[in-house]
Design a protein. Structure first.
Length: 58
């Protein structure tokens, strides 16, 4: 199906308005903070386990 340019713009605009009305800045900041914390914890655990494994292997 081929949409005219104004139809695509309307669909994108409607999607953005729905997202903007549904999510607050607090939700977005909270999601970013939780993702960052999860990334840091994952890295630290992975790094720690690899160091422990290397020490036991030697």
């Amino acid at each position: 199906m081929i949409w005219p340019a104004n139809g695509k713009i309307a669909a994108i605009g409607g999607t953005l308005c729905t997202i903007g009305a549904t999510y607050t800045w607090a939700d977005i900041v909270s999601t970013i903070a939780m993702a960052s914390a999860g990334t840091i914890v994952s890295f630290l655990i992975s790094d720690g386990l690899s160091r422990i494994y290397k020490r036991r292997k030697l």
